[in-house]
Design a protein around this ligand. Structure first.
Ligand code: CAA
Ligand code: FAD
Length: 387
């Protein structure tokens, strides 16, 4: 029979966390989204509330302060938070999939207790520092160095740019060259404390969208890392970064879906109510075609993202599925928010409605955690075996 082996039902637990996320997103996050967009103020109170409800460590086991849920739950919760406000979901995504995920996978027991617990409970903010001024897509071209000293400590010097939550984070997962002559195999991951000597934060970057997600450059000047602050094995940092980004890309795909869904739902309401030439604008065939295309792109993005999360939950490599989901969802979000502005006419361009904000926020999903070009490169390398 048609679809006989496919079961799209969510479990009770998955629906429960979706519900918690939706409630906080609608009651606390969405009402303050415009304020946070206009002022760029970091939404600390809302982040604490999310942490108290398990949403800053959705896949983190309860023993380390998280909600102990699966990757599908992560997608469902992220979509709800992003539909409330994209900037909040960026902060949530970095804490969950870039910070906690890597430490859970590669960290020691002591590292999990120290770093993961504080972040999963929402008491502290975590960040992920890979990009540098001269190396974004070409991540292995990094120059930040961590040179091992005779006593086993590492002396870190260099810059990282565009660090989400950089202005406010306590802890950072940092990638630095320990053996520059080895290229990708000379990169090591470190756990860094933002309050320690030798760590400096730059000014917060003004941005097109996700304005309440604070981003800055960070600089290391003779920062000393202890041997037990190395994450995973020395020289394995690039693989850790790439593996963590596979999970991160599921988060950004979910964020894109949340933004797109908010724009789509606002549009559906508007086309029924707004009239022109004596009828609702939603009755024009040209509008109807746009609505149909929006819905198809939204559902395709969601199903591909749930597939990536499902494969991740099976403990299989999910690099390709995550890249396909991220590429599809971010381009869907850009297209859908663009059409949503168009369908709202002048009101789409006005700050009286959130459509222009959705449009600005959607754009970032095509850029960070690997641009659309980099997702195409990853997918095509996987498909062809060529590079
Ligand atoms: N999982 C595990 N290992 C992986 C991997 C993955 N997904 N991808 C690559 N590797 C391994 C390779 O197997 C290879 O290992 P060996 O040395 O043993 O062969 C090693 O890593 C090097 O891989 P490549 O030769 O493929 O490396 P490359 O230089 O061609 O780069 C790339 C590949 C896909 C372009 C990568 O550099 C990339 O993803 N760039 C984009 C960077 C990015 O996404 N940055 C995001 C920053 S964080 C952020 O943006 C956060 C935020 O916004 C909120
Ligand atoms: P470049 O790599 O210089 O790319 C410029 C253009 O060239 C892009 O269109 C790109 O797709 C294209 N290009 C590059 N290489 C290829 C190729 N091989 N084939 C085809 N086209 C190519 N980084 C972090 O480490 N941590 C963070 O928390 C973080 N947060 C961010 C938050 C924001 C708001 C922003 C804007 C960025 C953030 N980043 C973060 C950095 C982000 O991941 C990079 O901006 C992104 O990976 C692109 O790198 P780049 O800006 O250096 O662009």
């Amino acid at each position: 029979a048609r679809g006989a082996d496919v079961d799209f039902r969510f479990t009770e637990e998955q629906l429960m966390i979706q519900d918690v996320a939706r409630r906080i997103a609608q009651e606390k996050i969405a009402p303050s989204a415009e304020h946070h967009d206009q002022t760029g103020e970091f939404p600390l109170a809302n982040i604490r509330t999310l942490g108290e409800n398990g949403l800053m460590g959705i896949e983190v086991p309860a023993e380390y302060g998280g909600a102990g849920m699966d990757p599908i739950s992560y997608v469902l919760a992220m979509v709800e938070i992003a539909a409330g406000d994209a900037a909040h979901s960026t902060i949530v995504s970095v804490n969950n999939s870039l910070f906690c995920n890597g430490i859970l996978k590669f960290g020691t027991e002591a590292q999990k207790q120290l770093y993961v617990r504080a972040i999963a409970e929402g008491r502290e903010i975590g960040a992920f520092a890979l990009t540098e001024p001269q190396s974004g897509s070409d991540a292995t071209a990094m120059r930040c160095k961590a040179i091992k000293q005779a006593d086993g400590t590492f002396l870190i010097n260099g810059k990282k740019s565009w660090i989400t939550s950089g202005p406010v984070a306590k802890y950072f997962v940092l990638f630095a060259m320990t053996e520059p002559e080895k290229g990708a195999r000379g990169i090591t991951a470190f756990l860094v404390d933002g309050d320690r000597a030798g760590f400096h934060r730059g000014k917060t970057e003004p941005k097109l969208g996700i304005r309440a997600s604070a981003t800055c450059e960070i600089e290391f000047a003779d920062y000393v890392a202890q041997p037990d602050e190395v994450l995973g094995d020395e020289g394995h940092g690039f693989k850790i970064a790439m593996g963590v980004l596979d999970a991160g890309r599921i988060g950004i795909a979910s964020q894109a879906i949340g933004i797109a869904r908010a724009a789509y739902e606002a549009t559906l309401a508007y086309v029924r109510e707004r009239k022109a030439f004596g009828q609702p604008i939603g009755a024009f065939q040209m509008t109807q075609a746009k609505i149909a295309d929006m819905k198809c792109k939204l559902d395709a993005a969601l199903l591909l993202t749930l597939r990536a999360a499902w494969v991740k939950g099976q403990d299989q490599r999910f690099t390709n599925e995550a890249a396909i989901a991220k590429l599809t969802a971010s381009e869907a979000a850009m297209w859908i928010t663009h059409q949503a502005v168009q369908i709202h006419g002048g009101m789409g361009y006005s700050k009286e409605m959130p459509l222009e904000r959705y449009f600005r926020d959607a754009k970032i999903t095509e850029i960070y955690e690997g641009t659309s070009e980099i997702q195409r490169l990853v997918i095509a390398r996987n498909e062809t075996g060529l590079r």
